[in-house]
Design a protein around this ligand. Structure first.
Ligand code: BV8
Ligand code: ZN
Length: 260
């Protein structure tokens, strides 16, 4: 039963929204996959939308280990700018509604985002997997050292770049770049949650980055329902049980609110 109609609050489309709400309300296990779109209404630039981050840059020029090896100052300048933008953003109603739902214990959230807004919305740590790392953690390029770091970055010279406090080597953002493997424990946990979920709720992702996007088909192939929230169609729409044409702030709190 695949519905692919735009969600409108007039006329017959409302039952689609109710169908999605009911699937969520009756689910024993829910896995949520979020992408940059859930943070758009908090003011965090997305990657591939008009005006998105990648629009003005090429992913392969920036978020890769080769780019960092070639020009660590340029990369630290970009991450420092993003850290500055994100540190002025607050979690929105979608992050907060998910955090409250996750607190009940039957929901896990796998996010592709590195903006830390799910954590800032007090999502229980046990329910959150940051698949691609965090803008606010750094790690050593040589030893195992890593640390939380929310400071502004001075990329004006190699000497002012962040350094490991254990061995003094150059530090890098603790994020997963293209061509780098995700943390296997994170991936295993996310895959298990997806394989055992009754519902996969996909919010604000273009569904192009792997292996994160494959969580959706894992739930679908295991017989679970897929509910997508996105203002536009994506490759995920084709396998969605219900695809809601709406924004995260508009749709997510309504989907999660308990029937009155
Ligand atoms: C790896 C961190 C292997 C850094 C990021 C198949 C299998 C495995 C790998 C691949 C594969 N095919 C290709 C690959 C390679 C690659 C990949 O996926 N390439 C893509 C581009 C084709 N994958 C990798 O390299 C991964 N590594 O597989 O390694 C390996 C194994 C062993 C040993 C060595 C290697 C690593 C991928 C991680 C890359 N890092 N980020 C950083 O952020 O700086 S990815 C980056 O894209 C972000 O994390 C971002 O979150 C993510 C995905 O983008 P989206 O979140 O979807 O954002 P986007 O802008 O695209 O879309 C926003 C959506 O929101 C839109 O649809 C829009 O309509 C919607 N929206 C807008 N406003 C709203 C909204 N929705 C709701 N409400 C709104 N208001
Ligand atoms: Zn070190």
């Amino acid at each position: 039963m695949i519905f692919r109609r735009p969600l409108t609050f007039q006329g017959w489309a409302v039952p689609l929204f109710q169908a999605a709400k009911s699937l969520i309300a009756h689910a024993e296990r829910i896995v949520v996959l979020t992408g940059a779109g859930i943070s758009a209404e908090s003011g965090v630039p997305t990657f591939r939308d008009e005006g998105g981050l990648w629009r003005s840059y090429r992913a392969e020029d920036l978020a890769t280990p080769e780019a960092f090896a070639r020009d660590p100052r340029m990369l630290w300048e970009w991450y420092g700018w993003r850290r500055g933008v994100v540190s002025r953003c607050a979690p929105n109603a979608a992050h907060i509604a998910l955090a409250r739902a996750a607190d009940k214990g039957n929901m896990s959230i796998a996010t592709q985002n590195v903006d830390g807004l799910h954590a800032a919305a007090s999502t229980p740590e046990r329910a959150l997997v940051e698949l691609h790392g965090s803008l606010f953690r750094i790690r050593c390029t040589t030893c195992e050292w890593r640390a939380v770091d929310r400071s502004s970055v001075d990329a004006s010279s190699d000497d002012t770049l962040p350094r490991c406090t254990t061995c003094g080597a150059l530090a890098r953002p603790d994020v997963v770049w293209f061509g780098e493997a995700l943390d296997p424990t994170h991936l295993e946990r996310a895959f298990l949650e997806a394989a055992t979920a009754d519902v996969c709720l996909v919010i604000g992702t273009s569904g192009v980055v792997q292996p994160a996007a494959s969580l959706v088909s894992i739930t679908q192939l295991a017989g679970g329902a897929v509910i997508e929230v996105n203002p536009v169609e994506t490759p995920i729409t084709a396998i969605a049980t219900v695809s809601i044409r709406g924004t995260a702030v508009d749709a997510v709190p309504r989907l999660l609110e308990k029937a009155g």
